[in-house]
Design a protein around this ligand. Structure first.
Ligand SMILES: [Zn+2]
Length: 463
């Protein structure tokens, strides 16, 4: 570059020199006459004068250009400063939101809105600042405004969804979740919260569709998905029976058992429908299979019903075929002991209860022992002793929610306390040493990000 420039200057100097020599060799005069004026001069001077005038005009033009560009430059740098201040306000506002400083957040949001012409960015800050200040109406307005902008609509939906959940408005929350799902069906939290809300609302069929969409997109673990679908089918079967369609009820229960034959609630549903339909032998097989996976008092009653026995001794005989499949489990011992008490088989009842009471009796065992002492010997002192023991006995297996720990008197698909779907387990708070241990009835599938769900309804984990 430098070399080229040097060569150019060199060529120019040579050209000027040649020109000067050419002029010196050809002297001449120029005479100008104008309105009585006369100017005599040489050709060289005229040429120099031309060059000087040209340089002057060029200089003046450049100066004019510079001056005329000034206001633009000034405005531009002023606009730049405004934007910079806007971004600073935005950043400070976001920091204030993160720090929980609602007054500062709102102040900065207003400033950023004034300085910046970037609605998507400032809308989000304004919505968050309003949320932080507890101004629900303003937050809703800002989130709703975000729906207008295609770049922001998904974020706006998320904000509105969170807000509706906090307000306990599950109908509206479900509608927003459906819109969010239509917009981005591949987003894990969308699929999870939509599934939870549909299940919570008892819209089993739609929940099943959402679950399948999640499985197809690999957002749900296949093993958990299998259990969840079986639980949904149990609910669909119940709904069909309530609406008088026994055929649909059976079809759904059969589909459920095809997916999860080991699940207690699934086996119970199919078993009771088989008995209703007059197929008790099939019901016995279904209950036996489930019993091996996890015994439960309801299954014992269903088994006796399927056996059709009315005589107490025959009932004991029938039930022992089931309990002998897992003889040492505490629920096998308790189930058979209950039937022995009904049949006045005191020795057998005592044998099972004593075995189940080791190493530490549970509440159910203590109460049954009290019954036994009462009916066998009428021993008031021993009855009192067992009832006193019951007060401080080990806790029993119960239907407990794996998410919130709440105990339920019977199985249900949705936890009454936290609203989670499919989280109930037949289990004790502490593992019971006797037998096969707690039955895991929990398919934990759905982890909803904490920020999506309000603290009082921690959620849908699990469905
Ligand atoms: Zn719960």
């Amino acid at each position: 570059m430098t070399l080229v420039r040097t060569l150019a200057w060199f060529a120019l100097a040579i050209a000027i020199m040649i020109g000067a020599v050419w002029l010196a060799e050809r002297p001449g005069l120029v005479t100008i006459e104008w309105h009585g004026w006369r100017l005599d001069t040489s050709v060289g001077v005229v040429l120099v004068a031309f060059v000087l005038v040209g340089a002057l005009v060029t200089g003046l033009y450049a100066t004019w250009r510079w001056i005329s560009a000034m206001p633009g430059l000034v405005f531009e740098s002023w606009g730049e400063g405004k934007r910079r201040r806007g971004y600073r306000a935005l950043t400070q506002g976001m920091v204030a939101v993160a720090a929980g400083d609602s007054a500062e957040a709102q102040k900065m949001a207003r400033l950023a809105e004034k300085l910046l012409d970037e609605p998507p960015l400032t809308m989000l800050l304004s919505a968050q600042a309003a949320q932080l200040a507890g101004d629900k109406e303003a937050a809703r307005r800002h989130f709703a405004a975000m729906l207008e902008d295609p770049r922001m609509s998904f974020l706006g939906l998320r904000g509105l969804l969170t807000q509706s959940l906090r307000d306990g408005d599950s109908t509206r929350a479900l509608a927003y979740a459906e819109r969010a799902f239509a917009l981005r069906p591949d987003t894990p939290w969308v699929v999870r919260s939509l599934f939870d809300m549909q299940a919570h609302a008892g819209r089993w069929r739609e929940a099943q569709e959402t679950l399948r969409a999640g499985l197809k997109r690999r957002l749900v673990d296949p093993e958990r998905g299998r259990i969840l679908e079986a639980v949904l089918l149990v609910e669909r079967s119940r709904a069909a029976e309530r609406s008088g369609s026994d055929m649909d009820a059976l079809d759904n229960a059969r589909a459920a058992i095809g997916l999860a034959p080991e699940r207690l609630a699934v086996a119970y549903r199919y078993g009771e429908l088989l008995i209703k339909r007059g197929e008790p032998k099939k019901a016995l097989k279904v209950v036996e299979k489930a019993w091996m996976a996890g015994p439960h008092p309801d299954l014992a009653q269903l088994y006796i019903a399927a056996s059709g026995e009315k005589d107490p001794l025959k009932r004991v005989q029938a039930l022992s075929r089931l309990t002998n499949l897992v003889p040492d489990d505490i629920d096998s011992r308790i189930a058979i002991a209950r039937e022995c008490l009904e049949a006045n088989l005191w020795g057998e009842a005592r044998r099972h209860l004593t075995a189940a009471a080791s190493p530490r009796p549970t509440v159910r065992i203590c109460r049954l022992m009290a019954d036994l002492e009462e009916t066998e010997h009428g021993d008031g002192e021993k009855v009192r002793q067992w009832l006193a023991k019951a007060a401080e006995a080990a806790p029993d297996r119960q239907w407990r929610c794996a998410t919130c720990g709440t105990a339920h008197d019977r199985w249900r698909s949705v936890c009454e306390s936290c609203g989670a779907f499919g989280t109930l387990q037949w289990t004790a708070p502490e593992p019971i040493v006797t037998g096969a241990g707690p039955v895991d009835e929990t398919p934990r599938v759905i982890d909803v990000p904490a920020e999506i769900l309000p603290p009082e309804r921690p959620s849908a984990r699990g469905a």
